[in-house]
Design a protein around this ligand. Structure first.
Ligand SMILES: CC(C)(COP(=O)(O)OP(=O)(O)OC[C@H]1O[C@@H](n2cnc3c(N)ncnc32)[C@H](O)[C@@H]1OP(=O)(O)O)[C@@H](O)C(=O)NCCC(=O)NCCS
Length: 156
């Protein structure tokens, strides 16, 4: 099987695909309308990870340099613990750094051990809490932050 990993930006035409991946991936998926609205927003971006040419994971971001926010990250359940989530985030962080982004933010359910471990592994640190931020079930959010080193200069 060809397991080569490739990445491509998500466009508005990918809204249905991403909404379906949300349903397969996350307990509280964004509806199609929310995904479509995100992908048509001037500050909304998406990145798709393909494994052997098939959609395997995705990332949704809000980007307003020098800041960015990770809104969603998901890897299909059958493909987890193979480094795909890490590959997605690393690719996005490298691109964001090249675009002059230095400060990343996100929120995560305090019980989401997999996401928390992934973020921490990539250098994200806790920077606050939002009590009872989530519903169904009600749960606190941990706010996390990542500082990216400044943009590479020619000759670096
Ligand atoms: C979070 C998520 C994207 C991780 O994707 P993944 O491809 O399985 O992650 P990786 O294989 O790249 O894991 C990288 C590291 O993260 C940590 N990690 C990932 N899943 C973990 C788990 N279930 N338990 C503990 N640590 C975990 C580990 O440190 C792991 O490295 P290792 O496998 O060498 O130990 C995936 O579990 C997922 O899609 N979850 C549902 C969606 C979600 O909750 N998204 C976050 C909120 S939007």
């Amino acid at each position: 099987m060809n397991d080569a990993l490739t990445f491509r930006p998500a466009t508005a035409e990918d809204a249905e695909l991403l909404a379906e991946m949300e349903r397969q991936t996350i307990a509280h998926p964004w509806p199609l309308s929310a995904v479509a609205s995100h992908l048509t927003s001037p500050v909304g971006e998406g990145l798709l990870l393909l494994c052997g040419g098939r959609p395997a994971g995705y990332l949704l971001l809000r980007v307003i340099p020098p800041e960015f926010e990770v809104l969603r990250v998901g890897v299909l359940p059958s493909l987890r613990r193979r480094g795909l989530g890490q590959a997605l985030l690393r690719r996005a962080l490298s691109d964001l750094r090249d675009r002059g982004c230095t400060d990343g933010y996100l929120e995560v359910r305090v019980s989401n051990a997999a996401a928390l471990a992934l973020y921490r592994r990539l250098g994200w640190v806790g920077c606050g809490a939002r009590p009872r931020y989530y519903t169904d079930p009600v749960e606190d959010a941990l706010c996390m932050r990542l500082r990216l080193p400044p943009q590479r200069q020619d000759g670096d």
